[in-house]
Design a protein around this ligand. Structure first.
Ligand code: NAD
Length: 439
C-alpha cells in the first residue's frame, strides 16, 4: 500500500519507518525543513532505540522517503496519517491548530478517495471536526473517510511498541476505511494482535482514558510513598506487594518525582477539560493533575531537608530527560526541579544526561554546567540528585562519587539504590517512600 505520514516527530517518524517495515511504501512529511533535510541525508533527528536501523533499512529498500511537501507526499497515498503535535494550551485544553492546519492542507490536495487517519492524541469530537474541515476546504468533490487510530507507543521503546502493540484501536463508521486500515496493519493481524474496531468517539476516548489511568496509578504510588515516609514503611515493598495482585499488576507502580513527558501531563489536563466541556467532572484526574504538579515542590523540599538551602550551593543533577532512553525533556520533572533550585538561589548546577543535553541547552542555555560524565558532575557538589534512572546511573562507583563531592549527599528520586549500600559507601542518602532518616 501507499501511505503518507504527516509529521515526522516521535510518533510520525516511528510510524512511518515501521509501516515501511511492514512492506508498505511510505512518504514521511514534515514542514520542518531542517528535519526533512537531516532525514534525507540519513540523519535521525531524535533519539530512539532501533529507529536509525529501521529507517536506513527501509530507505535502502525504496519503501521510505521524506518530503517537506504535503501535496507531493499524499499524492499517491491511499491512507494519510496525521501525526502532528497537540500540545497543551495555557488553560489545559489541547491545541489543535497543527491538526486543523494539516486537515486544511490535505483538503487542498485531495484528488481521489483517501482514508485520513488521526494518530495524534486529540479530544473527543476532533475526528468529526477534521471531516468537516476537509469537506469545507476541498477544491472539487472527492470522497474520503476519517479514522481515529490513537498511538500507544512509549518513547524509549517506540519501535518495539509499534511492532508489538498490546492492541490496535481503529475508530470509524466506514466499512471501506475499516478494510483499508486492516490492510495497513495486516502484519499485526497475522500475529494475532487484538484489534478494537469502534466508532470515532470511543477510539479517541480510549487514548485519553488509558493515559489518565496510568498517570493516576503513578500518582497513587507517589502518595503512598509520602505515607510510607511518615509511618516507617518502604514503598518499594508496598508496591511489590500490591503489584503481585493480578488485578493491579506491577507496572507504573514506581514511586518517583512525578510523571512528565510529552503525553501524560497534557493528556490528563485535556481529559479534565473535555469532561467539563460536556458538563461532567473527572474529579479523580483533576486531583491527579494537582498532586503531580505539587510533587516537584515536594522533591525540592526533600532536597532542602537533607542538603539545606540551595542558596549559594553547587549542586549536581544526574538525568534530564523525563525518563531513560529518550532525549525528550518536555515537562521533565528533572528540569522543573532544576528550575526551582535555580530560583532558590543555587550557585551552580552541574548536570549530566546520556542523551538530553542538547534539548536541555535549548531551554537553559549556559545557566547550567554540562558535564561529560556523572563523576565530573559530582565534582565539588554539595548534594547530588539522581533524577532520571538511566542504566548508566545504576552502577555508579559510590565511593568515587563521595571522594569527588564537597558534601557527600545522594538524593535518589528514583530509588535506584538502597540505603544500606549508599550508607556503606559513606554518603548520606535520601530516597522516595522510605522512612525519613534511613540514610
Ligand atoms: P512532535 O512534536 O515530536 O512531532 C510533531 C511533528 O509534526 C513536528 O516535527 C512538526 O514539525 C510536524 N508538523 C506539525 N504540523 C505539520 C504540518 N501541517 N505538516 C507537516 N508537518 C507538521 O510530536 P510527537 O511527540 O510525535 O506527538 C505527535 C502526536 O502523537 C501528539 O498528539 C501526541 O500526543 C501523540 N502521541 C505521542 C506519543 C509520544 O510518546 N511522543 C505517544 C503517543 C501519542
Amino acid at each position: 500500500m501507499k501511505i503518507a505520514v504527516i509529521g515526522s516527530g516521535y510518533v510520525g517518524l516511528v510510524s512511518a519507518a515501521c509501516l515501511a517495515d511492514f512492506g508498505h511504501f511510505v512518504t514521511a512529511v514534515d514542514k520542518d525543513e531542517s528535519r526533512i533535510k537531516a532525514l534525507q541525508q540519513g540523519e535521525i533527528p531524535l533519539y530512539e532505540l532501533g529507529l536509525e536501523e529501521i529507517v536506513h533499512r527501509n530507505v535502502r529498500g525504496g519503501r521510505l522517503s521524506f518530503t517537506q511537501s504535503l501535496g507531493e507526499g499524499i499524492k499517491e497515498a491511499q491512507v494519510v496519517f496525521i501525526g502532528v503535535g497537540t500540545p497543551s494550551r495555557a488553560d489545559g485544553t489541547a491545541d489543535l491548530s497543527q491538526v486543523e492546519a494539516a486537515a486544511r492542507e490535505i483538503a487542498a490536495h485531495l484528488q481521489d478517495y483517501k482514508v485520513i487517519v488521526n494518530k495524534s492524541t486529540v479530544p473527543v469530537g476532533t475526528g468529526r471536526r477534521v471531516k468537516e474541515i476537509i469537506a469545507r476546504n476541498l477544491r472539487a468533490p472527492v470522497e474520503f473517510d476519517v479514522v481515529s487510530n490513537p498511538e500507544f507507543l512509549r518513547e524509549g521503546s517506540a519501535v518495539e511498541d509499534f511492532m508489538h502493540p498490546d492492541r490496535v484501536v481503529i475508530g470509524t463508521e466506514s466499512p471501506r476505511a475499516e478494510e483499508l486500515m486492516k490492510e495497513v496493519y495486516r502484519a499485526l493481524y497475522l500475529i494475532e494482535t487484538p484489534f478494537i474496531l469502534t466508532n470515532l468517539e470511543s477510539a479517541e476516548l480510549i487514548k485519553y482514558a488509558t493515559n489518565s489511568f496510568l498517570a493516576t496509578k503513578i500518582t497513587f504510588i507517589n502518595e503512598m510513598a509520602n505515607l510510607c515516609e511518615a509511618v516507617g514503611a518502604d514503598v518499594q515493598v508496598v508496591a511489590k506487594g500490591m503489584g503481585l495482585d493480578g488485578r493491579i499488576g506491577p507496572k507504573f507502580l514506581h514511586a518517583g518525582p512525578g510523571y512528565g513527558g510529552s503525553c501524560f501531563p497534557k493528556d490528563t489536563r485535556a481529559l479534565t477539560q473535555i469532561a467539563r466541556l460536556h458538563g461532567e467532572r473527572i474529579s479523580i484526574v483533576e486531583a491527579v493533575v494537582v498532586v503531580n504538579e505539587n510533587r516537584k515542590e515536594r522533591m525540592v523540599e526533600k532536597i532542602r531537608r537533607v542538603a539545606g538551602s540551595p542558596a549559594g550551593k553547587t549542586l549536581a543533577v544526574l538525568g534530564l530527560s523525563f525518563k531513560p532512553n529518550t532525549d525528550d525533556v518536555r515537562e521533565s520533572p528533572s528540569l522543573a526541579i532544576i528550575r526551582k533550585l535555580l530560583d532558590a538561589g543555587a550557585k551552580v548546577i552541574r548536570v549530566h544526561d546520556p542523551a538530553a543535553v542538547t534539548a536541555t541547552r535549548k531551554i537553559f542555555g549556559e545557566l547550567l554546567y554540562y558535564c561529560n560524565d556523572p563523576y565530573e558532575a559530582a565534582e565539588g557538589a554539595e548534594a547530588l540528585v539522581l533524577a532520571t534512572e538511566w542504566n548508566a546511573y545504576r552502577r555508579l562507583d559510590l565511593a568515587r562519587l563521595r571522594s569527588l563531592m564537597k558534601t557527600p549527599v545522594l538524593i535518589d528520586l528514583r530509588n535506584v539504590y538502597t540505603p544500606e549500600e549508599v550508607g556503606k559507601a559513606g554518603l548520606r542518602y535520601e530516597s522516595i517512600g522510605r522512612r525519613k532518616g534511613t540514610s
